[in-house]
Design a protein around this ligand. Sequence first.
Ligand code: TXA
Ligand code: MG
Length: 320
Amino acid sequence: MTTDPELERAVRILRAGGLVAFPTETVYGLGGDAENPAAVQRIFQVKGRPTSHPLIVHVGDPLALSAFAREVPGSAARLSRAFWPGPLTLVVRKGPRVSPLVTGGRDTVAVRVPQHPVALALLRTFGGAVAAPSANRFGCVSPTTAAHVQADLGSDVDCVLDGGAANVGVESTIVDVSGEHARVLRLGGVSIEAIERTLDGPVTVELDGSDAPGQLPSHYAPRARVTIVNAAELLTNAEHLRTRGERVAALVPAGVPSAGLDVEVVPSEPEGYARALYAALRRLDQRNADVILVVPPDERGIGRAVVDRLRRAAAPRNQS
Ligand code: TXA
Ligand code: MG
């Protein structure tokens, strides 16, 4: 865990324009001072991400939203009150303080207050805004431990704060409240049901990535091919692949019969499945399988975000 001297060092690095990887409740972030253009440019460089893909601005206090937004619509106020700190990102029209480098030239900015003691201590001591994508290389599985970050980014980052394993395990839910109607652009740690209850009405869900670039179909993908199967077809599918000479591994919820298979077992309830998902995909990838068969969780609550990530991991590769 992070000590005070480590935290102070991280804040000094941010102030000097360096990059700090830090834990959040969703996944680890690769942070830089959002108001320092050189720091923001280095984030894109280290991540290997196109500069047109906007970054999320992290702040330590929900009230800071108004410092970065041109206006705070009623829906944003309600959602931030209900879910911040927490796994929710709000897209609002940007104020003059936000550099177009952060927003990929857009007129809107994504803001989030993460719920993790180390992230909050970092943000509050720093006092400013920290632009941070997930701390993995572009197109790879997001990191949920400090060791994942080290393995992905190594010495390209000036400091990695260790806050243990991420408690939610998938990225934040992104809700665009910049227009007349709230639109969910990415499924994540806060369920659609909870958002609709808070807003007192239905929201639209637009996951094609046209409004939240960086959600390519083949995102979140391990190296091996990923195929989603239901529990009842798992063993026959695996057998079929093996007879074709393919090396098979599998990701299965506890309780699903998988005798004789090289498996990672994750909790069957959606929250536990989400928490375990990315670490399990990384371990499976190290087994040199050709194919990873995945039995998904129930598609309710955060299970919907998990299934979304699994579908993206299973999507054909090399498309842009
Ligand atoms: O849980 C999370 O959100 C993590 C942690 C570190 O906070 N961060 C994260 O960042 O997942 P990243 O960069 O991997 O994903 C950010 C997503 C991208 O899909 C991006 O297109 C979208 O947020 N985004 C950022 N600014 C936006 C904007 N102005 N309008 C629409 N989408 C935006
Ligand atoms: Mg990411």
